[in-house]
Design a protein around this ligand. Structure first.
Ligand code: AMP
Length: 579
């Protein structure tokens, strides 16, 4: 007997669950479904993550609640990203495959709005939507929400993180007040509590504790290394474990692209996934990742949301997330379906505190491990190379080529040939690129400089055309510059913020290429420029910050900017959308 039977679902839904092979409800389904099917529909909060079966938890009762004789839009499911929206809609379509009278449509940005408008002309009882596109469609009168009885806010915390709060407010104002709201979220930050207070009446709250699951299947590890050595450290792990397959999370799109390009150039199977890619590019990357034609997906948190890939051995944190809750989201990508996985954080000496906070917060124990030394790597590379040669199946073409060589190697012994072959592979086998053998750093308790690198008089003064009139504070600016450049915050010091610009010191060695990092970056439509202050021709002038700023802006006005990859950052304070 199907164990979904006892939850009160209709036989039609059970029939489709049988076909899909859903036999046992997950904990969130067990708790949510009977409640959401109860006679008097009420508001509901489900604290659960992707992968816990929450789509079916709200989707199945929703399907049973829809009045099939009514052709109006009765249910609205809001999702933060198109990937998540598409996945949710796909599940709902699967659940209604034996029900021709029920129509589900999904609408999201980045795809043709005319096609979506056309699709919505059919009676559509359930609409799955991302907030931005839904608002567009409402404004174009392509969708009416006045008959909506059920609103599902899926991954509500992520929608708020992406700055959709106002859009949600707007959208809900088009739905009837007596509607029922079901909110699903992995975390419950105060902003979500505010939404609950504003839009929900005495909601029932169910929390699915995923901690135990993570504790069992995921081992949490970390290494301590300089920020600048993180990718080198990662490469050593990739080299040591060629069957490693995982996602590495980075903070910014630029960092994501740069790291994946760097790894790709070195011959690693790594690709980037971030919001600057077109929908088609993202789908192509995901296809390659699912088909295992790459080892590492380098992604931003938001772009990786909703991605459903099994069998990942590792989740790597290039930088730990600012919100510790996101750590659970990230690490939950591995250790799925009873398989073991590793969540590995690459932290700099000053981030140790984050590890102890995580340990307390999510109740896991982290194991500190060492970045493999070059010796360890060398012997692994040599052994791997030897077994590659031994296990290589000889191709027919090899015979041809050998004939072609006409005994050119005759004067060489087997050992000589091997030595020469090895010499051609020397860079790869020794991995010698002038980097330190030991990339491990000792952990600092409190502040202090990363690895004790900073010495007095070893910094350069820089200029940026962002100032107090952009509503930023020093802390905002430090974060912003570090975010865009991918360089540790610690190297930026001595900020002097003026009205329309700011000056700051950058530790020598970290300033190379800093200006270039800001090419193509915009703050609310304005191109951002960062330059060495001592390169300014008017350096001696004691004019106000505003003058200096405008002179700078002018002197670089003609500089070509990278186009097409229009990165847009907001200088602190404002809402920020990343995906
Ligand atoms: P979700 O958390 O809703 O994204 O679901 C994660 C995956 O688990 C999806 O591929 C679902 O189809 C699958 N799934 C959800 N509930 C069940 C269940 N009770 N039995 C088997 N598979 C399920």
């Amino acid at each position: 007997m199907n164990n979904f039977n006892k939850l009160g679902l209709s036989s039609k839904v059970i029939e489709v669950l049988d076909q899909l092979g859903f036999e046992n409800p997950t904990p969130i389904q067990e708790q949510a479904i009977p409640y959401l099917l109860s006679n008097t529909p009420t508001d509901f909060i489900g604290l659960a993550q992707t992968g816990t079966g929450k789509t079916a938890a709200f989707g199945l009762p929703l399907i049973d609640r829809i009045d099939l004789d009514d052709k109006s839009t009765q249910a609205l499911v809001m999702a933060p990203t198109r990937e998540l929206g598409m996945q949710t809609a796909k599940q709902l379509v699967d659940f209604t495959s034996n029900n021709k009278k029920l129509n589900v449509e999904v609408v999201y940005g980045g795809a043709s709005i005319t096609t979506q408008i056309k699709a919505l002309k059919k009676p559509t009882q359930i609409v799955v939507a991302t907030p931005g596109r839904l608002l567009d469609l409402i404004k174009r009168k392509a969708i009416k929400l006045d008959q909506v009885q059920y609103v599902v806010l899926d991954e509500a915390d992520e929608m708020l993180n992406m700055g959709f709060k106002e859009d949600i407010d707007d959208i809900l104002s088009y739905t009837p007040e007596e509607r029922v709201t079901w909110l699903f979220s992995a975390t419950m930050p105060p902003e979500i509590r505010k939404i609950v207070k504003k839009y929900m009446k005495d909601p029932k709250e169910v929390s699915i504790n995923t901690k135990e699951k993570s504790n069992k299947d995921i081992s949490h590890k970390y290494v301590v290394t300089k920020t600048a050595d993180k990718v080198a450290a990662l490469r050593r792990f990739l080299d040591l474990q060629p069957d490693m397959r995982g996602i590495m999370f980075c903070r910014t799109r630029r960092e994501t692209q740069e790291i994946s390009d760097h790894l790709g150039n070195l011959g690693y199977g790594a690709e980037a996934l971030h919001g600057d890619l077109s929908q088609a590019q993202r789908e192509a990357v995901m296809k390659r990742f699912k088909m295992r034609s790459m080892q590492l997906l380098v992604a931003t948190d938001v772009a990786a949301r909703g991605i459903d890939v099994n069998d990942l051995t590792h989740v790597i944190h290039h930088t730990l997330p600012d919100q510790l809750e996101s750590y659970t989201h990230r690490s939950g990508r591995t250790g799925r379906a009873g398989k073991k996985g590793v969540s590995l954080a690459l932290i700099n000496p000053r981030e140790g505190r984050k590890i102890s906070m995580l340990e307390k917060k999510i109740n896991v124990k982290f194991e500190k491990i060492e970045v493999p030394t070059t010796e360890a790597l060398k012997s692994t590379r040599i052994n791997n190379w030897a077994s590659l040669i031994i296990n290589t199946k000889v191709d027919e073409q090899a015979d041809e080529i050998l004939k072609h060589l006409h005994g050119q190697f005759e004067h060489l012994s087997k050992e000589d040939i091997l030595k020469r072959l090895i010499t051609t592979q020397l860079d790869h086998l020794t991995g010698n690129e002038g980097e330190d053998n030991d990339l491990n750093e000792s952990q600092k308790q409190g502040g202090g400089d990363e690895g004790g690198r900073k010495k007095k008089g070893t910094s350069n003064r820089f200029f940026i055309n962002i100032g107090t009139m952009d509503g930023i504070t020093k802390a905002d600016l430090v974060h912003y510059i570090s975010d865009v450049s991918g360089v540790d915050r610690k190297v930026f010091t001595d900020f002097s913020i003026q009205k329309s610009c700011a000056f700051f010191n950058v530790e020598k060695g970290y300033d190379k290429g800093l200006s270039e990092c800001f090419e193509g970056v915009e703050v609310e439509g304005r191109a951002i420029r960062v330059n060495r202050d001592d390169e300014m021709p008017e350096k001696k002038g004691k004019g106000g910050g505003g003058n200096r700023a405008s002179r700078r802006a002018k002197s670089h006005g003609g500089k070509p900017r990278s186009s097409g990859r229009g990165r847009s950052h907001r200088g602190g304070g404002g809402r920020r959308r990343r995906n």
